[in-house]
Design a protein around this ligand. Sequence first.
Ligand code: PGA
Length: 254
Amino acid sequence: MTKQKLVVGNWKMELSHKAATDILNSMKKMMNGSKFETQVVVCPSYPQLPQAAAILKASSLEVGAQNIHYEDRGAFTGQVSIAQIRDFITWSIVGHSEVRTYIGDDDEMVVHKAQMLFNNGITPIVCIGETAQERDAEQTVEKVTRQIQTLLASIPRTSFTKLVIAYEPIWAIGTGVTPEPIQVAEVLLLMRKLIAGRFDEAAANRVRILYGGSVTADNIGSYMAEPGVDGVLVGGASIHPRDFLSIIEAVEKS
Ligand code: PGA
C-alpha cells in the first residue's frame, strides 16, 4: 500500500485576521481544479479556525490547530481545549519546539495531548527533534530515541500507525540553516527501527514521518528524494500561497 504524502503548513502567530482570510481564499482558488494526491493541511491561529473550516469546507485542504490544551475545560485562563475547536479541525500539531520552549510542554505532556486528540478523532502531528547543543554533543540519537520511546510506551499500535511524526531539528526551525538530507534520512531510519522494535516492520512503514525546518520551494526536492520522507511541515514558506503551492507540487512529483 502506498502512503499518501502530507504537507502541513504551520502559520504560527504571523497573520492578521484579514491576511489569514485572504490567504485561505487564494489557496483554495489555487488548489481548485488541481488533483493532488498529496494531503495538505493548514494550521492557522485559534481565532481563524472557524473561518478556515468554513472557507476550506468544499476544498481538498484540511484544517489543523497548532497546539491544544491538555484538559477539556476548566479554569485555564487564556487556553483553548480540544472540545472548543474540534468542530473546525481534523489535525493538531503537538510538541512543537516553540510550545516546548515557551509553554513548557515536556515529552509526557506531548503524549498526553496526542492521546486526547485520538480520543476526539483528531490526528496528532507530533514534533520531535534535537537542539543545536544536542547535535553538537552528538546526542541526537539519544534525544530522538527518548522522545519516540515515550510515545511508543503509551500509544497502542492501532493509534500509533495513524499519527504523524514531524522530525524538526530545532536549530533548523526558522533559521534557514538546514540539515543534510542524508542526516534527515538517518534520523527517520532510527525512528522506524524503534517503531519496528516495539511493534513490527509493517507498523514502522505505515507511520508517516515528515521533515520540518526551513523548508522552501528550493530545498524541498532534496529532502523528498531521501527514502522514508513522507512529506514536510512548513513554517515560514506556508504563509506565501505561491511558495506553498510550489512545495506541494514538488512533494506531489517526488
Ligand atoms: P520554518 O518552521 O519552516 O519556518 O523553519 C517550521 C516549523 O516551525 O514547523
